[in-house]
Design a protein. Structure first.
Length: 668
């Protein structure tokens, strides 16, 4: 029996059911988030609007233009800032690198190639090369750039993954966020004006709410210049302010689409990362973040130099076309009439008799003009040297080697370090988000066209139902959902500069020792010249096809084996000739004996001839045996060499005529 006291067991409470997720944010809370952004980021918004105006050449305010017109001073705009920013975007294109997948485990090595092909397919389908520079341009001008991931109905039974460039003028985010990649933001989204009819087509079940939202929600905007077309529209234009709002609820990302009067749609994020956690559909980056947490682009540091260029140029032109006149009072001269005559190229100033001639202050005017032009040059140099050196855009490098150009460009790129790091980190996050979406949303079979570096196309199947040859059971080949792959940037060298250096080196070598080269070496050098040239890929392909079709040079080892076989055949013929001579001598001896001529001398002579022939035959036979043994040995060695070379080719090394012929061309 148990020694424990016999007491009634205490009742155990049943486990509590899991708490339901908290409800989504109310419309009031969502609108409050947007208004918090407008209040906390007013300085940043104003700077972004001014940066966009400057990039598009609107450098003067209406008040400044009015003042200059009153002075009759020309309004001059030299948009050096836009040229500089465009050069940055061009640099991004030159530095563009393709994404590449790497397996996280050894058994997924083949899956890395599949992931690379699939990711590049999606990027090509969505015109990544056109959209990514626009995002980079937005980051350089506004200080904020990025994409929003979208889902589109596909024709293969799967949802297609798409992406669109985010307009910084309508983007909003958590004002407490200070990280350049927005990973610490609690919410973000886009606000834009939409036509009521288009909104009704997208949300037909929300017709009542949409009708109630017409012309409401005007406070939910940062008032960019592009909104003027909506605000100044005709009275029949029915506009609705729509907000696509993504926010964190606990550890989950959720979304809500709402107007100024109602929520049209809401739910949990349909996108997940590699750890199956929900993520926002907005993938953004910032060029710079200042001490106040405001984000800015290149405009802030170039504005002063740009303003000085315009103002110095305008003032210099005005000064060069103006003259100050000193007239003594009481001389009977009319200042306005003299000013008008001096402004004319053929003006005539009439001075009354006895009056003092007007004095022109040309010395002071010249000094003022020289000072303005001097400061103008300094301002131009300041903005030209900002960010990176001219070598990055190919200026002033005509007589420099590829290595020297690369060193200068690397130094210039270092000055753009924070911006380039942010841009490249953003691209990597885009690649990973697309790959994660593909893994979760692509489940049907599809074929993807893959093009290699030489322009040769091939087809790759994913999620394909096949029979496992080992088990005979159905299996899915290249199942995207089961691949464990990490997407990174393929950090390759500057192939353009390396190809140019290789081409120059080979060209100089051919000019020096070209006539002395063996035909095979000369052909290989010519092929290197073609491959490293700047010719189009189609022209290089024609050359490669012609090279494959031309007869290949004979293999030196095969030539040597053929020569040894010919020598063996000649030795065999010589042996047969000796046998014939021996037979003839023996026949003559028999005939002499049969004729019984009884001539001993003749018999002795015949014996001697026979002995001589036999000795010669013995010597030739020994020599024949030695030659035959040597020939067989050489044939055996040649055969082993050919077998060894064939084994190397099967092991993965490409057959190289130059490598095989090296012992006969003087190589080591």
């Amino acid at each position: 029996m148990s020694d424990l006291p016999n007491t009634a067991a205490a009742p155990v409470a049943p486990p509590a059911p899991p708490a339901p997720p908290p409800p989504g944010r109310s419309l009031t809370r969502l609108k409050q988030d947007y208004l918090s952004y407008l209040d906390g980021k007013r300085a940043e918004i104003d700077e972004q609007q001014e940066a966009r105006r400057y990039y598009h050449g609107a450098h003067w305010t209406a008040k400044q233009i009015k003042t200059l017109n009153q002075r009759k001073q020309p309004v001059v705009t030299y948009n050096r800032m836009a040229r500089k920013i465009n050069a940055v975007v061009g640099l991004l294109e030159r530095q563009r690198q393709d994404p590449k997948g790497y397996a996280r485990t050894p058994k997924h090595e083949d899956g890395a190639e599949v992931a690379t092909a699939v990711l590049r397919y999606v990027l090509d389908e969505q015109r990544w090369q056109e959209k990514s520079p626009i995002a980079g341009l937005n980051g350089a001008v506004d200080g904020i750039g990025g994409l929003e991931l979208t889902l589109e109905a596909g024709d293969r039974g799967d949802t297609e993954i798409g992406f669109e460039v985010v307009d910084p003028a309508g983007f909003f985010y958590d004002p407490t966020s200070t990280r350049a990649d927005f990973t610490d933001a609690g919410y973000m989204g886009i606000g834009k004006w939409a036509d009521a009819s288009e909104l009704l087509a997208a949300f037909p079940d929300k017709a009542k709410e949409i009708e109630a939202s017409v012309d409401l929600g005007s406070e939910l905007t940062s008032n960019p210049d592009s909104d003027n077309k909506w605000v100044m529209g005709d009275e029949h234009h029915r506009r609705v302010r729509v907000i696509d709002h993504w926010y964190k609820r606990g550890n989950q990302w959720c979304f809500a689409i709402y107007t100024g009067a109602a929520i049209l749609a809401e739910g949990e994020s349909y996108l997940r990362d590699e750890k199956r956690r929900t993520i926002s559909k907005y993938v953004m980056f910032s060029a710079n973040v200042d001490h106040d947490g405001d984000r800015y682009g290149f405009f802030r540091n170039m504005k002063s130099a740009q303003d000085e260029i315009n103002q110095r140029r305008s003032k210099g032109l005005h000064t060069s076309q103006s003259r100050r006149i000193v007239i003594r009072d009481g001389q009977g001269l009319e200042p306005e009439k003299i000013r008008a005559e001096l402004a004319r190229p053929d003006g005539v100033v009439v001075v009354p008799v006895g009056a003092e001639l007007p004095q022109f202050d040309d010395a002071a005017r010249g000094a003022e003009l020289g000072a303005n032009l001097g400061f103008l040059e300094e301002a131009k140099q300041e903005i030209e040297n900002y960010g990176f050196n001219p070598a990055l855009i190919g200026a002033g490098v005509q007589d420099m080697s590829g290595r020297a150009i690369a060193l200068q460009q690397q130094a210039g790129i270092a000055e753009l370090g924070p911006y380039l790091l942010g841009y490249r980190g953003w691209k990597q996050r885009v690649y990973r988000a697309i790959w994660n979406a593909v893994q979760s949303l692509w489940t049907a079979e599809r074929w993807i066209r893959v093009t290699d570096d030489e322009g040769l196309g091939n087809w790759l199947s994913v999620n394909r139902l096949a029979i496992d040859p080992a088990t005979g059971m159905p299996t899915i080949t290249n199942a995207l959902g089961s691949l464990d792959v990490d997407i990174i940037l393929d950090e390759g060298p500057d192939t353009v500069t390396m190809q140019a250096d290789t081409n120059d080196s080979v060209r100089q070598a051919l000019q020096a020792v070209g006539p002395l080269l063996q035909p095979a070496v000369a052909a290989a050098a010519l092929e290197v010249l073609i491959e490293t040239s700047s010719m189009p890929a189609s022209a290089k392909k024609k050359f490669r096809d012609a090279t494959r079709q031309r007869p290949q040079p004979p293999n030196p080892m095969e030539q040597q084996a053929a020569m040894l076989q010919q020598q063996a055949a000649m030795l065999e013929l010589q042996g047969k000739a000796l046998d014939n001579r021996k037979t003839e001598a023996e026949t003559a001896k028999l005939m002499a004996e049969a004729s019984d001529i009884g001539a001993e001398r003749a018999a002795e002579e015949l014996e001697q001839r026979i002995d001589a022939v036999e000795r010669q035959d013995e010597l030739l036979s020994r020599r024949e045996e030695q030659d035959a043994w040597r020939t067989n040995r050489q044939l055996e060695l040649a055969g082993r060499a050919l077998q060894l070379r064939a084994a190397e080719v099967r092991a993965g090394g490409a057959f190289s005529p130059l490598g095989t012929a090296a012992p006969y061309l003087g190589g080591d």
